[in-house]
Ligand binder design. Structure first.
Ligand SMILES: N[C@@H](CCC(=O)N[C@@H](CS)C(=O)NCC(=O)O)C(=O)O
Length: 219
């Protein structure tokens, strides 16, 4: 069996805990039943030459497997999904649809949702935010409304859980600091359905464990 290693932050502030992108990879590996090790890093590692060889932008996740090095959570999840029926059906059209939803999650949905997270979590209270935020919220609402229509009467984006749902759930979770998802009960129920999966829970416990161990002493 191949030896897989995934980079993760040793510690992040509470607002980011549960949202760091390496969680997607942990969840995919759990769904696929593939064991892995974590490579915990800190701010001192991010600019280092050795880490940049794994992740050119100094971010997490980086993924190592038998001499293969990958970065970008979406590409890594795709790599795992391509050899796991738990994440991607075998039938060619169903595979193409799975990939379609993976890109929709990361491109169409995550872009406006991440914009809102940036505004709220990194720039709260700044003068320009007062002007810009209402428009950003409307962009998110529009996309949630459209996705909600696709999900009406369905349990998953396609006939069964796939890597598309995995990525979509991790994107919808970014809105947890707002009430926006609650405006679309079908989407909130969908998120909860995906989060109830045993693989999600195991991956989340493993994602959170280093933060508890490495929390800075409170001042
Ligand atoms: N598109 C990248 C984004 C990765 C990313 O934004 N990682 C964040 C944590 S969620 C990070 O490492 N931030 C630190 C930094 O950018 O310096 C992916 O999906 O892998």
């Amino acid at each position: 069996m191949s030896r897989i290693r995934v980079s993760a932050f040793r510690w992040v502030p509470p607002f980011a805990q549960g949202l760091v992108r390496e969680f997607r990879v942990r969840w995919a590996l759990e769904e696929a039943g593939l064991p892995y090790e974590e490579r915990l890093i800190g701010p001192e590692d991010q600019p280092s030459e050795s880490y940049r060889r794994l992740q050119p932008f100094g971010q997490v996740p980086a993924y190592e497997e038998d001499g293969l090095v990958m970065f970008e959570s979406g590409a890594i999840v795709l790599h795992i999904a391509e050899r796991s029926e738990a994440l991607m059906p075998v039938e060619p059209k169903a595979r193409a649809r799975t990939k379609t939803w993976m890109f929709a999650a990361l491109n169409t949905m995550e872009t406006p949702i991440q914009n809102l997270a940036e505004v709220d979590l990194f720039h709260a209270g700044e003068e320009w935010v007062k002007q810009r935020r209402p428009q950003v919220v409307e962009e998110v609402r529009t996309r949630l409304g459209e996705l909600g229509k696709c999900m009406a009467g369905r349990e998953y984006l396609e006939e069964r859980f796939t890597a598309g749902d995995l990525l979509m759930t991790t994107v919808l979770r970014i809105l947890r600091h707002t009430e926006l998802l609650a405006e679309f009960p079908v989407l909130d129920a969908y998120r909860l359905r995906c989060e109830a999966r045993p693989a999600f829970k195991k991956a989340m416990a493993d994602h959170m464990a280093p933060f508890a161990r490495n929390a800075p002493p409170s001042r």
